[in-house]
Design a protein around this ligand. Sequence first.
Ligand code: AMP
Ligand code: ZN
Length: 468
Amino acid sequence: MSIQFYNTKKREKEIFNPIDRNRVRMYTCGPTVYDYAHIGNYRTFMFEDILRRYLEFRDYQVIQAMNLTDVDDNTIRRSRERGITLTELTDEFKAAFHADLQSLNIQPAQEYPEATGYIPEMIEMVERLENKGFAYKTDDGSVYFNIQKYKQYGSLANLNPAEMLTGERVADDSYEKEGARDFALWKGYKEEDGNVQWDSPWGKGRPGWHIECSVMSTELLGNHFDIHCGGVDNIFPHHENEIAQSVCANGPDFVNYWLHSEYLLVDNKKMSKSLNNFFTLRDLLDQGYHADAIRWMLITTHYRQKINFSVDRLHEAQKSVNRLREFRNKLVNYKDAGSDHAEKRVRTADDQFTKAMDDDLNISGGLAAIFELVRWGNRSMDHAELSESGAKHILTLMGKFDHVLAVLDMESGLDQIVDADFIESKIADRNTARSNKDFAASDAIRDELAAQGVELIDTADGTKWKLK
Ligand code: AMP
Ligand code: ZN
C-alpha cells in the first residue's frame, strides 16, 4: 500500500514518494507572532501535526521546520500601536505559542526558525534574484520581483496570466488573487517602520514576508524538499511567491508536495482576527473546555473540509475522547480469561485504519476502524469473551493509534487511568453503608467517585460504574 496526498500543485491525489527513502523533510508556515494564535490557526497546525504523526506511524523519519514570522507589516504595526519594541512584542507571543503547542499536544518541530535570525541570508537571496534579472530596485530603496520574468508564475494558485496586473507593484505582504502583480522582496525603510531596519545593498530596509519562508525553508531543509504546508489562504500570494523566488534563485526543484488545510469557520465565516470572530486557546480553556476536546474537534474532520466551530462540537468531542479513555481503562483493568479472536480483530483494525489514512489522511475512515474495534472490545469484555492477552494486544494497537491522535494521555477533567480495584472497593463500602441504612456515607462515596469522573449506576445486577 502506498500513501497518497492531494497535491495543490497538481490539483489531484498523488502517490507519496519522498526524495530520501525513509526520511521526509517538511516545512510548515508558522504563526505571525503579533498576538495569540486563534484556534483557526491551530486547525492548520493540528493538520500538520496529524500529517507528521501519520508519516511517523508509517515509519518515516520526519524533519519538520516551522517558522515564526517575527518581522512583517503586522508585527511592526502592532508593536508601534502598543508602544513597545518589536522584540518585546514578539517575545511575548513566541512564548505563548510554544505554551499552546504543548497544551494541544502538538509534537514539537525540530526547527523553529525566526525570520529576524536570517536577514543576511534573505539579503543574499534577493541579490541573487536581482543578479539573475528577476528583480528590480525602485526609487524608495525597495526591490520587487518581476512576475513577467517567471513564465510559470500563477501555476499553484491557477491564475489567469491575462488577468495579472503586469507592470504594477504591491508593497503589502497580503493581497488578493485578482491583484497579482510584482511583489516586494525587500522593503525600503519608511517612517512607520520605527527602528526596525537592517543595512542592505539597497539602503536601510526590511525583508518582505514571502522571501522569509523561501530562505528559512531552504536553509534548513535544502533547496529541494518533500512537503510544504499551510492553510488554503497561504496558496496565494504567499506560496505562489515562495515558488517564484525559490525556483528563480535556486533552480526548478523546490517542493514536491503542497498540502493545504481548509478553514475553521464561525457561523460560516472564516475565523480570523480581522472579523473579530475568533477564540484563542486560552479563551476556551478559561471557559472550562479541555484541550483534549479542542484537539479532537480539530483533528476529526478531514483537513480539506471546512469545520464550523461550535460549543456543541466541543461537547461531542469530549464524549468521544472519554469513550476512548474509558475503553483503555477497561482494557488495562481487564482480568477475565475468555478465548477470543482479538488478534484477528487487531490486524483488521490496523489494516483498515492504515488503508483509510493512506488515502490522503481520510480520518473518518480511520476513526470508523478504531470505533469498530472499541465496540467489539467492549462487547467482548462485557461478556467475558476476551482473554487478558487479547486485551493487551488491543491496548498495544490503541497506543499505536494514539501516536497519531495523541489524546489519551492529555490532561483532561478526568483522571487518566482509573484504578478499577479501588472503585470496586468503594462500591463494596457503599453497599455496606446502604445495607446499614447509612445513606449519608453511601452518598459521600458516590460524590467522591463523581469528583474523579466516575459515575455509579445501580442496576438489578448490582452497582456498575462508568467514566463520565
Ligand atoms: P498567520 O499567523 O495569520 O500567518 O496564520 C498562521 C496559519 O494559520 C496559516 O497557515 C493560515 O493559513 C492558518 N489560518 C488562519 N486562519 C485560519 C482558519 N480560520 N482556519 C484554518 N487555518 C487558518
Ligand atoms: Zn510561510
